[in-house]
Design a protein around this ligand. Structure first.
Ligand code: SF4
Ligand code: SF4
Length: 323
């Protein structure tokens, strides 16, 4: 049936530290944060009840109304939605422990708290969902908490997705710990792994990450790149730390030396929000440089994240420029 809805509302589930929600989108008028199960800490789920609740929101949309928490969300589209009960969009974000200390991370405000916070195991519930065929391809499974590779259950968890043929799994990792399951997923073309190295030298890395792990991360990027899949080396530009042409060129050269074929280039969130309306020219120039020259370094494709896209759009509007 054709009506206005969204892929998360129809087939999404997001595991957070204390609840299960539909999605992780919250910066629109309605505010998002649609709790499906509040106070969740790994308990067994009554799926009939879960889908009954989801049906109420679905029916509201079928009647032409919009669920108040979804109002104004850019994910809403009018299309033919199937009426089945399954999940194809999933966020696994129930923990915040990490083996890295990026100064731009939300966990930097209280690292001890975020590294010691209790979390539950998702493998039992995910295994049950896979066995019941509740997870299907067509969307994306995203790991978006702290560092996935340090979760005790991570290798088994990713292995379970892979052995059930789930083929679009996106994992952000610090790259400090090598994961055989990520390597396998990359080589099978089912995993996209993004590793933010943000630098081309140990000193710069240490300033941004507060840990001496540059060589280790570099080595792991090389190992993952050898798997031949969607391994992205990511560079979050942090003005004052890693915003020289020399460093960016060295990073691209290093990508080439390591056989990296995909890159992501972004601008640091706090800095961007504080400086959005007076971006220095050299920051624009660095983005232009990466976009124009990445192929020279053997890169097959590059991604700009939302902030970087916004920054370039702002400039186009202000100066009437075309790419
Ligand atoms: S419309 Fe937006 S807020 Fe509502 S479920 Fe979809 S992504 Fe989440
Ligand atoms: S690797 Fe990710 S989760 Fe870990 S500190 Fe850095 S930004 Fe935060």
């Amino acid at each position: 049936m054709k009506y206005i809805s969204c892929r998360h509302l129809e087939h999404g589930i997001a595991f957070f530290s204390k609840s299960i929600e539909c999605c992780c989108i919250s910066s629109h008028e309605g505010g998002g944060n649609i709790e499906c199960i509040p106070d969740y800490f790994g308990e067994k789920i009554d799926w009939d009840k879960f889908f009954e609740e989801r049906k109420k929101i679905r029916d509201l949309h079928k009647s032409g109304q919009i669920y108040p928490k979804c109002k104004g969300c850019y994910y809403l589209t009018e299309q033919d939605w199937d009426d089945e009960n399954y999940f194809s969009e999933m966020l696994i974000g129930h923990w915040s422990h990490c083996n890295c200390n990026c100064i731009y991370c939300y966990t930097d405000e209280d690292k001890y708290y975020y590294n010691t916070r209790d979390f539950y195991k998702v493998l039992p519930v995910i295994s049950e969902m896979l066995d019941k065929n509740l997870i299907r391809n067509g969307g994306e499974i995203t790991f978006g908490g702290g560092e996935p590779t340090i979760l005790e259950e991570f290798e088994d968890l990713l292995g379970a997705f892979l052995s059930h043929g789930i083929n679009n799994i996106r994992i952000h990792s610090s790259g400090i710990k090598f994961s055989p399951a990520i390597f396998k997923g990359l080589s099978e073309g089912k995993v996209t792994a993004i590793i933010s190295i943000d630098s081309a030298a140990p000193d710069t890395y240490k300033k941004i990450k507060n840990i001496n792990a540059f060589m280790n991360v570099r080595e792991n990027i090389g190992k993952y790149a050898a798997a031949g899949g969607n391994l992205y080396s990511k560079y979050v530009l942090m003005p004052g730390f890693n915003d020289t042409l020399e460093e960016v060129q060295m990073w691209l050269k290093d990508c080439q030396d390591l056989g990296v074929k995909h890159i992501a280039f972004d601008i640091e969130d706090h800095w961007f929000k504080a400086n959005r309306h007076h971006i220095p020219q050299h920051v624009y120039d660095l983005f232009d440089f990466v976009i124009k020259n990445n192929a020279y370094y053997g890169i097959n494709d590059y991604q700009l994240y939302e902030r970087a896209m916004n920054m370039r759009e702002d400039r186009k509007k202000e100066q009437g420029l075309n790419d």
